[in-house]
Ligand binder design. Structure first.
Ligand code: 5GP
Ligand code: MN
Length: 350
């Protein structure tokens, strides 16, 4: 039985169009899977899990890729399906079908965006801000992760879950729900987790690998970066902002890769005195990747959009320019004019 469509989610026609697009692939048809730049657990997990499902359906000409440096963060280097990955520069130029995972807009796809014009494109996503840049949209803002949408499409295609697919989808679900802690963690999320666990995957081992393992140097680096965390209680109309920054020099001094900084926001956002938290991570000369979280009073996606980025209400980001302090000042200015809802409780969710 088909589920009723979630408000704002895919319609029966959208699902039917997606299924038909996959089923009508010619024999030997080439499929390209794309996820967003700097892929996280949901981007990689939903893309690779779905790719493994297509492989089970007999699709042989299959590649997965993402824009930017072709480096998979260490926590995800044991994911099943990694053999599908190719660097963006080697991605099929003229695929017969494109599927795009966890990207809210074309800007997250870098140079790979040209593939969307060359073939039918199915967009699987859960960002409310999705700009609907493909041909077929499976975008469900009520879904806790893109992997929820990916599992639904696999089911409609008649692909049974196996351990490899399940591990990918589980990593995606666990990362985007903050290990099943955020408000998006509905009964349906736990039901999906139960289906995935029923394949026999090991949640303890997976969680240790993706959340609880990091190089010793990263721990020392965290100490330094956290020690310069700043609290501004007056920001956001008195809801407060807490923030810190990490430079490329910090990374080099501790011999660390940029992706080790991703979990830092989860330590910074614990500060009880602030609704808004930010980590400003240097990516180039006067260029920074900014992660923002809110506990519910501020819609940080609006702040991110105003500064050229995007995301969800409680978890968003953008590329900042200038010095780290200039980037923080720009955020503070936006927070002064942001819509603040003191009634809304919540925690971050990506
Ligand atoms: P994170 O802080 O985990 O990198 O990102 C949180 C959320 O913000 C992501 O799920 C993504 O939706 C969004 N996001 C982060 N950085 C950017 C960015 O540079 N541009 C856009 N459009 N969205 C971003
Ligand atoms: Mn996601």
């Amino acid at each position: 039985m088909a589920e009723p469509p979630a408000p704002g989610g895919p319609t029966e026609e959208d699902w039917a169009a997606a299924v038909a697009a996959v089923r009508s692939l010619p024999a030997g048809g080439r499929v390209l899977l794309i996820c967003h730049v700097n892929p996280d657990g949901d981007a990689l997990g939903s893309m690779l899990g779905f790719g493994l499902g297509l492989r089970r359906l007999g699709v042989r000409q299959l590649q997965a890729t993402f824009p930017g440096p072709p480096e998979v963060p260490e926590p995800f280097r044991a994911l099943p399906g990694l053999d599908l990955l190719v660097p963006a520069a080697q991605a099929i130029a003229d695929p017969d079908l494109v599927l795009c995972f966890d990207a809210a807009s074309e800007s997250r796809l870098g140079d790979l965006v040209d593939r969307l014009d060359r073939a039918p494109a199915i967009v699987l996503d859960h960002h409310a801000s999705n700009t609907r840049f493909g041909g077929i949209h499976l975008v469900d803002p009520a879904a806790a992760a893109t992997s929820v949408v990916a599992e639904r499409l696999l089911t409609r295609l008649g692909v049974p879950l196996d351990q490899e697919i399940a591990e990918c989808l589980y990593v995606a679900l666990a990362t985007d729900t903050g290990s099943f802690r955020f408000d998006m963690t509905t009964p349906a999320v736990h039901e999906m987790a139960a289906r995935l666990l029923a394949t026999g995957i090991r949640p303890g081992e997976i969680s240790r690998r993706i959340f609880d393992t990091r190089p010793f140097g990263a721990i020392r680096l965290y100490g330094e970066v956290l020690s310069r965390t700043t609290l501004d209680p007056a920001a956001a109309g008195g809801h407060g902002m807490v923030w810190t920054y990490a430079t490329q020099d910090d990374l080099a001094r501790h011999g660390q890769r940029p992706y080790v900084l991703e979990p830092l926001i989860d330590s910074v956002r614990c500060a009880a005195e602030a609704d808004v938290s930010c980590v400003v991570k240097q990516t180039g000369t006067r260029e920074w990747a900014v992660s923002m979280r809110s506990k519910g009073a501020v819609d940080v996606s609006r702040v991110a959009v105003a500064l050229g980025g995007g995301g969800h209400r409680l978890a968003a980001g953008f590329t900042g320019r200038g010095t780290a302090h200039e980037v923080a000042a720009a955020i503070r200015d936006e927070l002064d004019t942001a819509l603040i809802d003191p009634e809304v409780p919540g925690q971050a969710g990506v």
